[in-house]
Design a protein around this ligand. Structure first.
Ligand code: NAD
Length: 292
């Protein structure tokens, strides 16, 4: 069994990005600038967004964090987005989700200039991704493709089973892996909460992407020997022995599945760390597109 080490791989990617930024500085070019908008005080969202800002600083990007109060109106948020859309210094920006209930998420995502949409959530970018055109692939699926590529996991002609059909993970993952691309050309089955006899389907899989958000859902007897396992799930489970009071648990029963698998991502330290690295990569791509 080989561990698909997202922690190390994401550190490698950040190192490569930092080198490119160093080169931009040396040539007195503009360095990438990522902005993030967060509305409200949700603890987990603040942690995520702060981690993104810190990651920018570490690779030499400029970053701007715009913190808006919980009671911000939809119009006020749309106004902030328009300011970032026209700000020539900003290469890309994200609106941290989820948003407070009184704000229409779709309306907000539609307001982001697709050329600055480094999260890849704008319908135009999702459409371009589905058509295999140049776009911003959203960070989690992009990170999984990158991990598979760097560990030279063969996907062509393989049976892939994706569990979960969310817009941010399962659905794009199934599209990307079925496409004619370097990490792709797979025969993909997209499964979800209404799928019948899931176990029979997963047992036939060469590669399983588990993205359903149910801790330790995928058991050893649901996978065949030699399968490649990508565990996207992150659930906080109460654990009084930890300083934080919780631990992070994936969608895969790691020990029993790892025994049978050829490659597997751990949680934490697998797909999670890749997400921020790929957001940085998208921001670098946005910077290059804007300045070419
Ligand atoms: P979601 O809640 O939007 O969707 C879950 C999907 O799982 C749904 O499509 C549903 O049909 C399917 N599902 C639910 N129960 C099922 C069952 N019993 N059998 C088969 N399918 C079932 O999920 P999401 O936003 O894609 O997130 C999934 C998990 O991945 C969560 O734990 C989330 O925290 C994590 N996540 C991690 C990252 C990362 O960077 N590592 C990024 C995004 C999400």
């Amino acid at each position: 069994m080989i561990l698909l080490d997202g922690k190390k791989t994401s550190a490698d990617i950040k190192e490569e990005i930092a080198l490119e930024v160093g080169e931009l500085k040396r040539r007195e070019k503009k360095v990438p600038h990522l902005a993030a908008i967060i509305v409200g005080n949700d603890g987990a969202s603040l942690t995520y967004v702060n981690a993104k800002v810190k990651a920018c600083e570490r690779v030499g990007f400029e970053s701007t964090l715009i913190q808006l109060p919980e009671e911000t109106t939809e119009d006020e948020l749309l106004n902030e987005i328009n300011i970032l859309n026209v700000d020539n210094d900003i290469d890309g920006f994200i609106v941290q989700l989820p948003l407070p209930k009184h704000i229409d998420e779709q309306k907000v995502l539609l307001a982001v200039d697709p050329a600055k949409d480094v999260d890849g959530f704008h319908p135009e970018n999702v459409g371009r991704m589905a058509l295999n055109l140049p776009t911003f692939i959203s960070a989690t699926p992009f990170g999984i493709l990158e991990l598979l590529e760097r560990y030279e996991v063969e996907t062509s002609g393989k049976n892939v089973v994706v569990i979960g059909r969310s817009h941010i993970v399962g659905s794009p993952m199934s599209i990307l892996l079925s496409q004619k691309r370097k990490v792709g050309n797979a025969t993909v089955t997209l499964t979800h909460s209404r799928t019948k006899n899931l176990e029979e389907i997963t047992k036939e899989a060469d590669i399983i992407v588990a993205a359903l958000g149910i801790p330790e859902f995928l058991k050893g007897d649901m996978v065949k020997d030699g399968a490649v396992i990508i565990d996207v799930g992150i659930t906080r489970v109460a654990d009084p022995s930890k300083k934080s009071g919780f631990r992070l648990v994936g969608d895969v029963a790691f020990d029993e599945v790892a025994e049978k698998s050829s490659f597997i991502t751990p949680v934490p330290g697998g797909v999670g760390p890749m997400t921020i690295a790929m957001l940085l990569k998208n921001t670098l791509i946005a910077n290059k597109r804007r300045n070419s």
